[in-house]
Design a protein around this ligand. Structure first.
Ligand SMILES: Nc1ncnc2c1ncn2[C@@H]1O[C@H](COP(=O)(O)OP(=O)(O)OP(=O)(O)O)[C@@H](O)[C@H]1O
Ligand SMILES: [Mg+2]
Length: 489
């Protein structure tokens, strides 16, 4: 059977493909129906618990973390998870998804048959290693992943399905998705044409979400942000209404009463950052000749993610974007439903994603500056055809030491500034005398002014699946090396 699974920071939501419908799975949990599984992990007597069981064990667990996704995606797959001794990032996500699988099979209202084929998603701002880890963990947990989509693209599919009569000709050309989840914020523009969805541009913050509001609440209450305290704060936060003036938080000791006006003032800088990213996205649209203020083109600013339920968020968005806003009917489930629609062969959805991260290289500077960043492949480049990028130059060092990295944004000077993740380093012998040396890592790299007769050519290829390789050649002397660098999707 086919599923859309939104592995979320706070809530993992599952939607099924069922004869043209896409119902959300309900889990029979301690005799109550729940429409999600919480991203909580705990160690109790050496045993790793995840999901609802971990949530129940929070008070007595020796170690516990919440927001499994956020914790794991800040790490490399084999890194130990801080706060959970003996567990690596990949093991943690695998254990969690195995529990999701078990709950689908044993505890849900879905009629499960055959292999579980899952359309899965990551935040648009996710780094490549997070994409890899997510897919790998789904496989190890016993799912058959059939595709990996950016979360806001999935939400746009749900939007089109619900509001635009998917497949019919519609005058609306695109939708901007504002997704404030537990751990991440994404703003993405997706164009809609019949059943075709193209990610046009995306901005986001890999580390901003409802979790940060919870932490502000715990601090305002004068407590330490333990997993248990943060969960209590989250529960209190979710009771807030636009008219609430006082918020009582019970973190285990004496209940503390917080003034909501003060709380909202403290969250304002976080909310402003999401609005700045959304403005930046509108700017990207204008650069492409699309006017976001023209209601004939914009299908709306579609609000998804549980975080849009926070009263101060709704208020700030209304003040800034007014009539453009469209609140999702089920903000926390839009992504999962969109994934199920994308997984549904009967819906005939076509998706074209774009790169959501910049890829480039730090090079030795000729003089003066320490290193210079060369942005090789820019964010928002469509990836439906292989991409080739070339560089030619004359070397000023014995060895080319290239430090590759990806990032979420470049500043005005073209420097990488957001969510930097290093890739591998590559060493290439510019000096023909070193052409036959295998390992160059230990060789001293001196500045050389006598190599300018040599021309170096770098040819990068980004395949449709995002895999990037480079061939570096000394074209004057006719030797070359090639390197597989990794995948940017
Ligand atoms: N009524 C509400 N008021 C305020 N905040 C809410 C409300 N309902 C949910 N939230 C918050 O929304 C966040 C969870 O949203 P959601 O379920 O969309 O995130 P997620 O998909 O788990 O995370 P991510 O997409 O970042 O991985 C949590 O911080 C939660 O406390
Ligand atoms: Mg989400």
């Amino acid at each position: 059977m086919r599923l859309g699974i939104d592995f979320g920071t706070t809530r993992t939501v599952v939607a099924a493909v069922d004869d043209g419908r896409h119902p959300i799975a309900a889990f029979d949990e301690a005799r109550e129906f729940r429409d999600y599984i919480p991203g909580i992990a705990a160690l109790r007597g050496g045993e790793l618990l995840v999901g609802w069981e971990a949530a129940r064990a929070l008070p007595e667990a020796s170690y516990a973390i919440r927001s499994i996704k956020r914790a794991a995606t800040e790490l490399s797959p084999d890194d130990p998870v801080p706060g959970l001794p003996g567990v690596t990032a990949l093991e943690l996500v695998t254990a969690f998804l195995a529990e999701v699988r078990r709950a689908i099979v044993e505890q849900s209202n879905l009629e499960v048959e055959g292999p579980l084929e899952a359309m899965v998603a990551v935040p648009a701002s996710a780094a490549s290693r997070q994409r890899w880890l997510t897919l790998e963990a789904f496989r190890r947990a016993g799912f058959e992943p059939i595709g990996l989509v950016n979360e806001p693209t999935a939400a746009a599919i749900e939007f089109a399905h619900r509001h635009l009569d998917l497949g019919k000709r519609s005058p609306k050309r695109y939708v901007v998705v504002y997704d404030l989840g537990g751990g991440t914020f994404d703003a993405s523009a997706v164009s809609l044409e019949g059943r075709r969805f193209d990610l046009i541009a995306s901005e986001g913050l890999a580390r901003l979400g409802g979790d940060d509001f919870d932490e502000l609440i715990v601090r305002a209450a004068g407590a330490e942000p333990t997993a248990a305290a943060l969960e209590r704060a989250r529960e209190a936060k979710e009771t807030l209404k636009a008219t609430t003036r006082k918020l009582v938080v019970d973190l285990g000791g004496e209940p503390v009463t917080l003034d909501t006006a003060e709380l909202y003032a403290s969250t304002a800088p976080l909310i402003d950052r999401t609005i700045a990213q959304t403005d930046l996205l509108f700017e990207r649209l204008r650069e492409r000749g699309i006017d976001p203020d023209d209601p004939r083109g914009l299908g709306g600013l579609y609000l998804v993610g549980g975080g849009v339920g926070f009263p101060a968020v709704g208020r700030a968005l209304r003040a800034r974007f007014g009539k453009k806003l469209q609140l999702a009917a089920q903000p926390f489930a839009a992504t999962a439903v969109g994934l199920a629609i994308a997984a549904d062969p009967g819906a005939h959805v076509m998706i074209r994603e774009a790169l959501t991260r910049h890829f480039g290289v730090w090079r030795e500077a000729d003089a003066g500056a320490d290193k210079v960043f060369d942005p090789l492949i820019g964010k928002n480049t469509p990836v439906d055809a292989p991409l080739v990028v070339q560089r030619r130059y004359r070397p000023a060092h014995a060895i080319g030491h290239l430090r590759f990295l990806e990032c979420g944004a470049l500043d005005a000077a073209g420097q990488p500034v957001q969510d930097l993740v290093p890739w591998r380093d590559v060493y290439f012998p510019y000096d023909p005398a070193l052409a036959d040396r295998g390992d160059l890592t230990g060789v001293a790299n001196e500045r050389r002014t006598d190599l300018t007769a040599n021309e170096i050519a770098e040819t990068y290829t980004c395949a449709r699946d995002g895999t990037i390789s480079v061939v570096i050649e000394n074209t004057s002397r006719g030797y070359a090396r090639s390197y597989e660098l990794g995948a940017l999707r």
